[in-house]
Design a protein around this ligand. Sequence first.
Ligand code: ADP
Ligand code: ADP
Length: 232
Amino acid sequence: MITLEHVSKTYRLPDGQLEAVKDVSLHVEKGTVHGIIGASGAGKSTLLRMMNALELPDHGKITVIGRELTTLPEAELRKLRQSIGMIFQQFHLLNNRTVSGNVSVPLELAGAARRERAERVRECLRFVGLPDKAKQYPSALSGGQKQRVAIARALANRPDVLLCDEPTSALDPRTTAEILEVLMHIRDTLGVTIVIVTHEMEVVKSICDTVSVMENGKLSDTFRMQQRRGAA
Ligand code: ADP
Ligand code: ADP
């Protein structure tokens, strides 16, 4: 579902350059959860952002859902990104739109008709367990509820892939566990392929099928979490 081959990324800075990702190769199977763990500054977010071409690599090849990102024209990339949901540590909700309005954004961008939008928004809010919050504004919600709204928004266009950048780092342990439950439910019932960047070992232990350790721009190790699929 996601393949990286010898991917490198260097940022040009005013006073030189910074090699954020160095010769990374990685394969994530369809319908699995892959964790990328490592210290702050290791290059995890950069790697994740390259998986939906928010950043482009200087070298190497990235294939997502059968499309090679580095060769796609911008119009095609925009379309492909509709099949790739993304969530963030700080939720990134629009505070001047209601919960429904937020979940509706990707549907509007995709040109969905009003009726379909309303239906999908309802479906997605039901999926994340917030059917009664549609008319609320984000400021009225807890952190965990905000992340659920962000997840609903990421699911609106029925993505094949969900990219998560520190999705639980702003949440307390109990709320973290709830959000991880939602992500597992997405994998198990929708078959979505999930990549999670995190510095929290707990996240890796509880939901990842495979894990890569990132250190100083390189993947130092990739392994399978033994018990996961069998235990599910
Ligand atoms: P992580 O997610 O593991 O904390 P990042 O991918 O955010 O790591 O960052 C890796 C390195 O690249 C860091 O040194 C960071 O400061 C640098 N970096 C990240 N994004 C940019 C950018 N847009 N421009 C310049 N440097 C960046
Ligand atoms: P996160 O909450 O994901 O850790 P960061 O604070 O690492 O976010 O980065 C926020 C944004 O700033 C990202 O888009 C990243 O590309 C950019 N960024 C990070 N480090 C640098 C840097 N050294 N120079 C320029 N931009 C950076």
